[in-house]
Design a protein around this ligand. Structure first.
Ligand code: GTP
Ligand code: MG
Length: 344
């Protein structure tokens, strides 16, 4: 493994928004795989994590992103469900995130879970941008596959442009009602102070190059300014899911947001009763661009660094809980780590 302890950690990007507004489709478009096909029913039931390496981002963003301008290894996207009954999963995803994308259907506008997601972002003070999705459904839209927004906007008729503008200004108005100063992203100078709105289509890929460019820029600046993270220390993470895995028994899917985790590390995991102290038997990594939730072919790795989605196989995980903390002990005092896990 070529993990460089001096590099910036992979930023965690939560994708939030109302049910059916296109969160999973947008990630699907980005990773170019068909996760949506594997979903039970139409709604996303669980949080999934998807790592997108910098070179893939820059190839999608085309001329807009030059990989030489960035130190970041890529972005780790966390999908969340929009259905109203999944408040805990949304807040878990939102709380884990360094930055976020709030997806809003451009025709449907602000809806209850849009407002709920905004509250989560407000409370956790997470910088975010708004993806005004489904621009291809504006009546009369002439699609230009995967084009930057400026190019496709210029090629639309006056009537279509006007319709899109109206919808976008309504979203900007809604954001303003919630206390956020927002504007179309190309007019925003400081993305930490003002919310940028990026028109996109998860279906045609229009605006997706812009979205990724803004996310890279925002995370690069944010990670440099706000975080001096020791990416080589003992790992810290959160359990997303507890799952039975053939040949491994109960395993936990975690998002590691700080430090590293290694095979044979002693870890402490929050349990239904007491914290669980156990030893890592195997670290199972989904292939890059794969979805941890649906991917069955894992790669065995010796070590991973933050941020990453990783499946941990270890004995005694039967009582582990989704949302619980995970901490690597390594050279630390075990009792102290147990106390930390209990306190969280
Ligand atoms: P939940 O996970 O249930 O909250 O929904 P979601 O936000 O992940 O929405 P999803 O990606 O499942 O998309 C919902 C529906 O909208 C699907 O039928 C998609 O095909 C459709 N859709 C998503 N994005 C677009 C878009 O940009 N254009 C069009 N025309 N349809 C879209
Ligand atoms: Mg979804």
């Amino acid at each position: 493994d070529t993990h460089d302890p001096t590099s910036l950690r992979t930023p965690i990007v939560a994708v939030l928004g109302h049910v059916d507004h296109g969160k999973t489709s947008l990630l699907d478009k980005i990773r170019g795989s068909a996760v949506i096909e594997g979903e039970a029913g139409a709604i996303t039931q669980h949080i999934g994590a998807t790592a997108v390496p910098l070179d893939i981002i820059s190839s999608i963003a085309g001329d807009l992103v030059d990989p030489d301008d960035f130190d970041l290894p890529g972005l780790l996207f966390i999908d969340t469900p929009g259905h109203h009954s999944f408040t805990t999963l949304r807040s878990r995803g939102g709380a884990l995130a360094d930055i976020a994308i709030l997806v809003v259907d451009v025709n449907d506008g602000f809806q209850p879970q849009t407002l709920e997601a905004l509250d989560i972002l407000k409370r956790s003070q997470t910088p975010f941008i708004v993806a005004a999705n489904k621009i291809d459904t504006v009546p009369g839209w002439d699609p230009n596959e995967d084009a930057p927004i400026n190019d496709t906007y210029e090629s639309q008729s006056d009537r279509v442009r006007q319709r899109l503008d109206e919808s976008l200004y309504e979203i900007i108005g809604n954001l303003s009602d919630e206390g956020f100063s927002a504007d179309l992203y190309w007019r925003v100078q400081n993305f930490q102070r003002n919310v940028g709105v990026v028109p996109v289509s998860a279906m045609t890929g229009e605006g997706v190059p812009d979205l990724l460019t803004v996310m890279m820029g925002l995370s690069q600046r944010y990670m440099k300014e706000e975080m001096e993270i020791d990416v080589s220390g003992p790992g810290v993470g959160t359990v997303l899911e507890v799952k039975e895995e053939k040949g491994f028994g109960k395993t936990v899917d975690i998002v590691l947001y700080d430090g590293t985790i290694k095979e044979d590390d002693t870890i402490v995991v929050g349990g239904q009763n007491d914290p669980i102290v156990t030893e890592v038997r195997a670290l199972l990594q989904p292939r890059p661009l794969a979805e941890i939730r649906t991917e069955s072919r894992f790669e065995n790795v010796d070590e991973v660094g933050a941020a990453a989605g990783i499946k941990v196989a270890a004995p005694e995980l039967g009582d582990a809980m989704a949302g619980a903390p995970v901490r690597v002990v390594r050279d630390r005092d075990l009792d102290e780590v147990i106390e930390e896990v209990q306190a969280e």
